[in-house]
Design a protein around this ligand. Sequence first.
Ligand code: GLN
Length: 277
Amino acid sequence: MKVRDVISKSAEYLSRVSDDPRLEAELIVSHSLGKDRLWLYMNMDQEIGECELGRIRELLKRRRKDEPLHFLLGYKEFMTLKFRVERGVFIPRFETEELVERVVMISREKGYKTFLDLGTGVGTIAISIAKFVVGSIVHGVDTSEKALKLAEENALVNEVKNVVFHRGDMIEFLKERLDDFEVVVSNPPYLSESEWTNLDDGIKFYEPMEAFVAGKDGMKFYRMIVENIVDRKGKKVFLEISPPRKENIVKLMEKFKLNYRILDDLSGRSRILFFET
Ligand code: GLN
């Protein structure tokens, strides 16, 4: 079968599970052939052999069972870097790039060099800051052994040496080591229990609940982070938030009389909380 026919048949097969079946088909086909998407466009009439078709079929079947595309490909792009992911870890989300971009921009301007990333997962935020803020030292902490193993690999693959990962409870780590850092960053779990219940099966089945859910109201980590930072003066804190958390976040900031700002993402939704202590 020719490349063009494999792509169109694959796209058709994925149309039930995907919002962009053509793109996903191209990514699965090119990945299975060990090529990039440009190669596909230049070789539409090339015949694909049985062995490669077998590989493609296997990935298509997994995708039809709702497994996220990035677990099939084994990586996710973030801030132009490639991050390895596999089943059972949180897949970095596009929105989080906006948090990282702000942190990088402001830190370059103000000269911040020491960063702590709470709940670092596969290391996306920590590694991106380490890569784009020259002379920085970034520490990332997470409870998931699997995610941290990938984070270490991701640092190597992206040739980042100024990052250190720790396994443990992020709040305990924050309490013990906060003095070593000027900036605290986090994309913590922030869904309420009912928001989790309403998510797509593909997420609920393949990604870890603990990376998403933060108690009944989704506020657990914001509360704990704030309570453990407020008394330590001179810290800059950047946290990802979601629009449904905004009201409670504002209350939390006012309760502790913090100097804060909530910034929108590109689609105009409240996405970043910044405060200083
Ligand atoms: N910090 C990681 C990321 O944003 C993981 C976030 C999480 O597990 N909630 O990609």
